[in-house]
Design a protein around this ligand. Structure first.
Ligand code: PLZ
Length: 444
């Protein structure tokens, strides 16, 4: 597909000013005067344009993007097919509101989600605008279906910033502090964090289930919401068998098992949804972020009998399932198939993981290397212990930015660096970024 407007950006790192450059510094001043202080940014660098795995700032500096706007630009910045589909749709119809005059692209996205989410059972979807809105709707649907109210979430989870979802998110600061009262009937239970708890999947599942049964009680529990790989919490991968045991318990007890795949989904781990790595077929699956190449759209997809529980008119939203975003989502699904992007997660893991393990051998500050596909992380510790190293991460991300690599932090203790590159990134760019990371670790 030819692309008429996106500028061609060489896939290379290039730093031409101090970081931040003068134009970013000037914008920073305007921003401080007009943008609310609560909206902070990881870097003082203003983005101007991007393509593939490279972000260009307003001063002309080119960064290797290992964060993809927190896992959104999975198929690459300004992907030609996505840009073309969105442009064509903009000129055809920009907004109709599906609950007034429906349109085909919404239905097509629902069909694609039914085809590509785990499980071969009959599925239906509702489309929304944001990840948090998908989480909210999953809870509404689970409550309507079960007639129960309780919502269980795992320690270290992140599910959003709205009133219900901030109650479901684990970390108080910065997400909840001062913003209460929090939504009721949300229960936090321990999950599985092999590096920190040392439990097998079976042991961790038994602990979780005991909390669900004793602390909440099955008769009051509508759903368990879990991220198959925890995102903001630090790319925590549960021990083998944990998620399957949890799902089995949910099924046996009429509890809706919801997989929040907002960060882990859409081909990032080498499967459409990370649940597949764990042998789990969730009752409801949540999609957002990478699903539409940067346009805002999100979805709840799941078992038809659960999805159909709410009455007509019970679900919706003005912009939900917007036609331009839906067209972009269709293009993303199309590109995953056409370019066999499911092969890219394993390729990226094949470059990054051995290199990160080598860095771990060289730099004892790296306590753990984990993740799947293009969703990998290192957890930093005080050398020789598992005590979280809370000071190293900002030093590393800032060193990396100064040297043209965008790296994101994560983790309950702020001691995790996560790698969420676009599936379009080359091996060469990955190796170059790893070189910068090595220097950053050496500089500590
Ligand atoms: N569930 C698993 O990762 C969003 C949040 C960034 P929204 N994570 C990035 C920030 O600081 O706001 C996320 C997620 C998981 C839900 C969400 C929420 O998705 O689209 O940000 O609402």
């Amino acid at each position: 597909m030819t692309d008429t407007t996106a500028p061609v950006i060489a896939q290379e790192r290039r730093i031409v000013t101090s970081i931040p450059g003068p134009k970013s510094v000037a914008l920073q001043e305007r921003r401080a005067a007009s943008v609310a202080a609560g909206v902070s940014s990881a870097l003082p660098v203003f983005a101007d344009r991007a393509h593939g795995a490279i972000v260009v700032d307003v001063d002309g500096n080119q960064f290797i993007d290992l964060g993809s706007g927190i896992g959104v630009m999975t198929i690459g910045h300004t992907d030609e097919a996505v840009v073309a589909a969105a442009q064509a749709q903009l000129e055809q119809i920009t907004h109709a509101m599906f609950t007034i005059t429906p349109y085909e692209s919404y239905v097509r996205v629902a069909e694609l989600l039914a085809a590509h989410t785990p499980g071969t059972f009959a599925k239906k979807s509702v489309l929304l605008n944001s990840g948090a809105e998908a989480v909210e709707n999953a809870v509404k649907i689970a409550r309507h279906h079960t007639g129960r109210q309780g919502v269980a979430v795992l320690d270290h989870a992140y599910h959003g910033r709205t009133n219900l979802t901030m109650a479901m998110t684990y970390k108080a600061m910065p997400y909840k502090t001062g913003f209460g009262p929090l939504a009721p009937a949300v229960y936090h239970v321990p999950g599985s964090y092999p590096f920190r708890d040392g439990l097998t999947g079976a042991e961790a599942a038994a602990r979780t289930i005991s909390h669900l049964e004793k602390q909440i009680g099955v008769n009051d529990l509508a759903c368990v919401v879990a991220e198959p790989i925890q995102g903001e919490g630090g790319f925590v991968v549960s021990a083998e068998g944990y998620l399957a045991a949890l799902q089995e318990w949910c099924t046996a007890n009429g509890v809706v098992f919801v997989a929040d795949e907002i960060q882990s989904g859409m081909a990032r781990t080498g499967r459409y949804y990370a649940s597949e790595h764990f042998g789990v077929e969730p009752d409801l699956v949540l999609s957002a972020k990478g699903i539409a190449g940067g346009l805002p759209i999100a979805a709840v997809t799941g078992r038809a009998e659960i999805m159909d529980a709410p009455h007509p008119g019970g679900l919706g939203g003005t912009f939900a399932g917007n036609p331009v975003a839906a067209a972009a989502a269709i293009a993303v699904f199309g590109e995953i198939e056409r370019r066999d992007l499911l092969a890219e997660g394993p390729r990226i893991e094949g470059v990054l993981k051995p290199a990160l393990l080598e860095l771990q051998a060289k730099h004892p500050v790296i306590g753990d290397v984990r993740g799947i596909g293009a969703m990998l992380a290192i957890e930093l510790v005080e050398p020789g212990t598992t005590t979280p190293n809370t000071t190293a991460v900002p030093k590393i991300t800032s060193y990396a930015a100064q040297n043209g690599v965008l790296l994101l932090s994560a983790g309950t203790y702020g001691n995790v660096i996560r790698f969420l590159p676009s599936l379009a990134i080359s091996d060469e760019l990955l190796r170059e970024a790893l070189g910068v990371l090595d220097e950053a670790l050496a500089s500590l």
